[in-house]
Design a protein. Structure first.
Length: 326
């Protein structure tokens, strides 16, 4: 009898051990970045320059996570670098509205608590992602827009929230892009997109996600896309995954894409990879763009249905990838 009890106890230990391994984290930390989905650029100079910025952003993300700092820190630091580069549609490189102005959107979300912060239509904040984090930490709100968000930024008087003149965002490339559109040189939806995003899993098992964008070129003054809308362009929940999207924002809002991926995992028990695949290939409710994510075990996904998506990823097991084109 004693022997039988021992065998049963051992079998249970093996069973639960295997279960723990199956559900357990596969990597100590993981990070994934996108620099927007759209048409893949073929210009070697642009490719090399974008690669260099992604390499720098990924390096800072890895160093942050390796040092034991939080996934929120990693996401904010990575996105700040991309916002400071004129090569991505966010911060300095943000596309212009039909009025020829910049209106920037950003979101950050903490998968441990579902705390989140977002800003929409800001015009004078160098790093909207940091302002989104301030909304999360320092207010009881989730989303601040337009003048109210700009005033909140100015009043903060915080070195992380640098206030800049509108000219800072008017890069030659974006002025030229708007001119082409105005002169009816039609850009396809795929050419109009950009945006940056980052998802990270830290050593404590916490996932964070963030997204920052100038939106769609030639957008109406006052238009918000999916990027500042929690559940559309960004979502994070430690029990499932963190998600950041890029693409035609209206598609992502209508279909609550980031939350839908979480819900498919949570209630439908779907794996992240197939959940992302399904929403990107939904014939009844089509969307155009790309999605990055990390699940609670540290698996990374980077999928898109456009010509290309700039992306980068790394984890503690040795993954280190940077792709600018297809
Ligand atoms: N999703 C962004 C928006 O609609 C644009 C993009 O990802 O390129 O504002």
């Amino acid at each position: 009898m004693k022997q039988l009890e021992l065998v049963m106890a051992l079998s249970l230990m093996v069973f639960f051990g295997a279960l723990a391994m199956a559900n357990g984290k596969q990597t100590e930390y993981a990070i994934v970045i996108h620099g927007g989905a759209g048409s893949a650029t073929t210009d070697p100079v642009v490719i090399a320059a974008r690669q260099a910025v992604l390499e720098k952003a990924l390096g800072i993300g890895i160093a942050t996570l390796e040092a034991g700092d939080t996934s929120l820190d990693a996401v904010e630091k990575v996105i700040r670098i991309l916002e400071d580069s004129p090569l991505f549609n966010a911060g300095r490189g943000g596309v212009l509205t039909a009025k020829g102005t910049n209106e920037l959107d950003a979101t950050i979300m903490n998968g441990k608590t579902r705390a989140c912060g977002a800003v929409g239509g800001v015009t004078k904040v160098k790093n909207p992602i940091s302002l989104a984090r301030k909304v999360m930490i320092e207010t009881r709100h989730v989303l601040l827009v337009a003048e109210g968000a700009d005033v909140f930024a100015t009043d903060l008087d915080d070195p992380m929230i640098e206030i800049v003149e509108p000219e800072y965002f008017r890069t030659e490339k974006q002025v030229e892009r708007l001119r082409r559109i105005r002169e009816k040189e039609q850009l396809s939806d795929r050419e109009k997109m950009g945006t940056v995003g980052c998802v990270a899993l830290d050593k404590y098992g916490n996932i964070a996600a963030g997204t920052s964008t100038g939106g769609l070129v030639n957008k109406k003054h006052g238009r918000l896309g999916d990027s500042p809308i929690i559940g559309a362009g960004t979502y994070a929940d430690n029990t499932t995954c963190g998600i950041s999207c890029t693409g035609v924002g209206e598609d992502f809002i209508r279909n609550a894409i980031a939350y839908d991926i979480h819900a498919r995992m949570r209630y439908g028990k779907q794996k992240m990879e197939s959940a992302v695949k399904d929403v990107l290939n939904n014939e009844k409710h089509p969307i155009v763009g790309g999605i990055i994510g990390i699940d609670h075990r540290g698996f990374i996904t980077m999928q898109f249905n456009t010509g290309g998506m700039a992306r980068a990823a790394a984890d503690s097991k040795g993954l280190h990838l940077i792709e600018v084109g297809k």
